[in-house]
Design a binder for this molecule. Structure first.
Ligand SMILES: *Cc1c(COP(=O)(O)O)cnc(C)c1O
Length: 546
């Protein structure tokens, strides 16, 4: 979420003054003056006409100045001195509503800075907000986000019906809790938790929270091990590739973990096994690898990474756990790449996270964290709460959370089944690979990935293209509503600027053809440029980390 800073004095003043000018009283005053001017003009009475115009203007100015003092009083408590003669008798304010709120309200504006004294009523408020939201981009044309933008109507219905249930309140809503249990079981089995090990897990608000929890578990286990060996515990570190999602940087910074980030080099655009040995040591709490890089959808070479950690253990005795960040891939690989062994079948894997709201096919925010067994989830991290009745073990950063997300996840599992998920992901994968191969044919583009890991791919402009950049292409596509982000890779490949397309359920072959037509048209125009475009179009969303 963007952090919001409260609007400053200048902004409030500008907006409120505009509201005042738009307010009913002011308009009437002006209309009256204009009528007088017109009447005077028709009798050729220039003196009256000038006087009326003057009155109108001074009326407006008085209003603006009154408002100015009221504002400055409220914001600073230091208005210009009131006219000395008649100090107004102090009356207790009838309602504790600032004058500016009344001005906003009078002029029929939406509440922007203050709570209005009187609400708009349900219907008007609904219509107002509904219209305003039309200005948001169309979720369907958003090829930037990994998050679900289309669910069946029955899911909407169920979610609306369960939005009032609190996930944490397992005693009052035991059946919602039961659905969470079933989901944890289904997901553990989907990720091949071995029959002899009791996987343990929970729902979260998304992969970010799941990563925080998994990271904490690794930190606590590492600390216990170091303490038992009588070694210092003040310098934990975690190893990841520079291409990990921002939640890992957050985890390391928030919890004081040294960031051991393996940079990208040349065509190594993710974490690779060969460089691991230079980054791990006895203070390494774990290695995190991504199943589906945010930057281009590629799967990291998890088999080689796990094998290298095995080799390091044989050579040095260091037993370093591997966490798989399967935010996207956790609900893709099991269905369309069943031959890949990326999950609990790799003994090195201690925990896995995924976002239910990405390829899990649920609207934001639900995620999942699963540990191989209770051994990997230190008991000290689990809180037992009894104030909702019963004994409830919890491991989460949040407390209250809507039950509708978990219910919706369970609904998708129940309604689609293995076959349904396979069809949906297979379709996205076909569309992604079709788009990638057609884009390659246009001419100036070079694929970084082809959409055959996640249904996601990135492409760059060939080095021979010098008159325009990927940022210009992104900007042009935006004109038709397509959101295709352009950004640069992280260290050490900041020189590599790409466009990325995320194909999700709801993107059809027909829509893909429409996108291709727009891309071909814009590219042809850009190719006709006789010189470089001014480089003013460096986009705001440079580093894009959905
Ligand atoms: C999206 C993503 C995250 C963060 O997931 P949220 O569910 O949005 O919190 C973490 N890791 C990867 C690889 C991602 O793609």
């Amino acid at each position: 979420m963007g952090l919001v800073t409260k609007a400053g004095v200048e902004e409030v003043t500008r907006r409120i003054t505009r509201s005042a000018i738009g307010s009913a009283g002011f308009k009437e005053q002006l209309t009256e003056a204009v009528t007088q001017v017109a009447a005077a003009a028709s009798t050729r009475d220039v003196t009256t006409a000038v006087a009326s115009t003057g009155d109108a203007i001074s009326g407006g100015l008085t209003r603006a100045s009154d408002l100015g003092s009221a504002l400055s009083d409220r914001l600073f408590g230091t208005s210009r001195p009131a006219p000395a003669a008649t100090p107004a008798p102090k009356e207790a304010p009838e309602r504790n509503v600032p004058q500016e709120a009344l001005v906003e309200e009078m002029s029929g504006r939406a509440p922007t800075f203050f709570l209005h004294a009187e609400g708009l009523g349900h219907e008007t408020a609904y219509n107002m907000i509904n219209s305003e939201l039309l200005l948001d981009g169309s979720a369907r044309l958003n090829l930037a986000t990994f998050c679900t933008t289309s669910m069946p109507a029955y899911a909407d219905k169920l979610m609306a019906e369960t939005a009032d249930k609190n996930m944490i309140d397992k005693d009052e809503y035991p059946q919602t809790a039961e659905m969470e249990n079933r989901c944890v079981n289904i997901i553990s089995n989907l990720w091949n938790s071995p029959a002899g090990e009791d996987a343990i897990g929970c729902s979260t608000t998304g992969s970010s929270e799941a990563v925080m929890l998994a990271g904490l578990a690794m930190k606590w286990r590492w600390r216990a091990k170091m303490r038992a060996a009588g070694k210092p515990t003040d310098r934990p570190n975690l190893v990841t590739g520079a291409n990990v999602q921002v939640c890992w940087d957050k985890f390391m910074r928030y919890w004081d973990i040294e960031e051991r980030i393996v940079p990208l080099e040349g065509d190594k655009l993710c974490l690779t096994a060969d460089r691991l040995k230079d980054y791990v040591d006895e203070n390494t709490i774990g290695v995190a690898t991504v199943l589906g890089s945010t930057f281009d959808g590629r799967y990291e070479p998890f088999t080689e990474i796990a094998a290298e950690l095995d080799r390091i253990q044989e050579e040095t005795g260091l037993d370093i756990p591997l966490h798989i960040d399967a935010a996207s891939g956790g609900f893709v690989a099991p269905f369309i790449q069943p031959e890949l062994v990326w999950d609990f079948r790799l003994p090195r894997v201690c925990s896995i996270n995924a976002s239910g709201h990405k390829y899990g096919l649920v609207y934001p925010g639900v995620g999942w964290a699963i540990w191989r067994s209770a051994e990997y989830l230190p008991e000290e991290l689990i809180f037992h709460v009894n104030y909702l009745g019963g004994d409830m073990p919890t491991f989460s950063l949040n407390f209250s959370r809507p039950g509708s997300e978990v219910v919706a996840q369970y609904f998708m599992f129940a309604s689609l089944g293995f076959d349904g998920y396979t069809k949906v992901q297979q379709h996205s994968s076909h569309v992604a690979q079709y788009l990638a191969s057609e884009i390659e044919k246009i001419g100036p583009y070079e694929l970084i990935t082809r959409g055959d890991d996640l249904p996601v791919f990135a492409f760059k402009l060939k080095d021979s293209v010098t008159n325009y950049t990927v940022f210009d292409v992104s900007e042009r596509l935006r004109e038709r509503g397509w959101q295709v982000p352009a950004y640069t890779y992280p260290a050490n490949r900041e020189d590599l600027a790409v466009l990325r397309i995320v194909v999700r359920a709801g993107m059809t072959h027909d829509m893909a053809d429409l996108l291709l037509a727009d891309l071909r048209r814009h590219t042809a125009k850009l190719e006709c440029l006789s010189g470089p475009l001014p480089s003013s179009i460096e986009s705001d969303d440079q580093i894009f980390a959905h």
